[in-house]
Design a protein. Structure first.
Length: 107
């Protein structure tokens, strides 16, 4: 049996859009992460960037640092909290294919 090691997506982005209803509990959804994820997905499509997928995700368990985004295959974590952050993220990571150092979260 042969295994195809080629990636289906060159970049797979998971954007936490989890929204907790309890007022006292932190969640990315309370920081407009759904809106930001939708904006990122729309801009990727508008810019014609191929082989990239932007998915919503549930809680990624780094809530206090959010809104949280993780990018694979490299496994880097980012805090993306504005449309300006999204635009810079797309430019650096998805177009220039560099690490988006400005919003990188250390592991
Ligand atoms: S709610 Fe987003 S990381 Fe937990």
């Amino acid at each position: 049996m042969t295994v195809n090691m080629k990636l289906f997506y060159e970049k797979h982005i998971f954007f936490c859009t989890n929204l907790r209803k309890e007022k006292e509990k932190i969640s990315c959804g309370k920081h407009k992460s759904q809106e930001l994820r939708n904006y990122m997905k729309k801009r990727v499509k508008e810019l014609g960037i191929k082989k990239v997928r932007v998915n919503s995700s549930g809680c990624l368990n780094r809530c206090k640092l959010g809104p949280i985004v993780v990018s694979y295959p490299e496994g880097n974590w980012y805090k993306i909290s504005s449309k300006e952050d999204v635009d810079l993220f797309i430019d650096e990571l998805l177009i220039k294919r560099k690490t988006f150092k400005k919003n990188l979260i250390e592991n």
